[in-house]
Design a protein around this ligand. Sequence first.
Ligand SMILES: *Cc1c(COP(=O)(O)O)cnc(C)c1O
Length: 393
Amino acid sequence: MSKKGHFGGYGGQFIPETLYPAVRALEEAYPKIIKTKSFQSELKALLKDYVGRPSPLYKATRLSEAVGCSVYLKREDLNHTGAHKINNTIGQILLAKHMGKKRIIAETGAGQHGVATATVCALMGLKCVVYMGEEDVNRQALNAYRMKLLGAELIPVSHGSKTLKDATTEAIRDWMLNVDDTYYLIGSVVGPHPYPTIVRDFQAIIGKESKRQMRAMTGGLPTAVIACVGGGSNAMGIFHSFVKEKSVRLIAVEAGGEGLSSGHHSASLQKGQSGILHGAKSYLLQTKTGQVQLAHSISAGLDYPGVGPELSFLKDEGRMEVMSATDKQALAACQWVSRLEGIIPALETSHAFAALKQLKGSVKKSDHIIVNVSGRGDKDMETLMAHDKDTAS
Ligand SMILES: *Cc1c(COP(=O)(O)O)cnc(C)c1O
């Protein structure tokens, strides 16, 4: 980091004056609290007994044969609630508790982060308010109900595009009005400093475990690590331990939607320009006049016009490669992995598998590739059914 809270020219704190005290308080509290024994022992116990960590690193034999090298799956889909998101919400809820906060707010798009937040609020007995675009409340009725069942208050946001971008703006407004007792629990490596660092640190357990497990299984490092990118938390989580290991290829996979030249995609790193969204500078999809352009992806979790500042930096540094997969390629990859391994990946994760498929032909037999299985596909059954032309077979 060159400047405090910056990754190269990205990151920072582009926030309204009224938020400074809250962001400063978080910045000061975070490094102190995570160093305490009580925080670390509580975190460790919850990750083990509540989340179910460590998640396995599984050698996928049939997938390996199909690709032509050794393929390993980091099974974040086996975590409680079915994805990597809980690693971060567990960490931040403990942080909020140690800061003495009584009320938790969060934004959510498809509802995955909302559910993960409502889950840990129930666990801690804290009040939970989730902002969700009205459009998303309708599209993701099951997750909306899950949050209510878990005891959260769901506030539909009915202005703007009625999606994640507007839900986030509304959550920030709430935080400004209630800074004293409220903790804003952000779901990815985005937002003003220190959030991109906090979320990355809590997700870094994915990479730490993978490195140790890989060493135990093969005696060495992987050749490449592949992860899908929405905001970038599962990618930064698994990449972090490998950034300094220059022999390891880091491959980030963006949602290509209907194709990179269609204008309907979420490929911020490949098709965006540097801009400011939700308190930080990063690659951002925008129009010629600098308005935020709506993103598109078949997977709701990748459907975000921005991306984390650290990923923006790693791309510019040439340390990380960026690939993409279209909606169609992701759907095909989902079926491919389901039938080869008996594992139904989330549609987000299916983008990472689609990239793995694209590497076939360029890999060597001696390569060891890790794919971060960010989540399971149960939540995507309706989408998969609606797009399946092959159900009769
Ligand atoms: C939310 C989500 C993502 C995308 O978020 P990142 O912050 O980029 O990791 C990817 N996969 C799954 C299963 C998700 O729920």
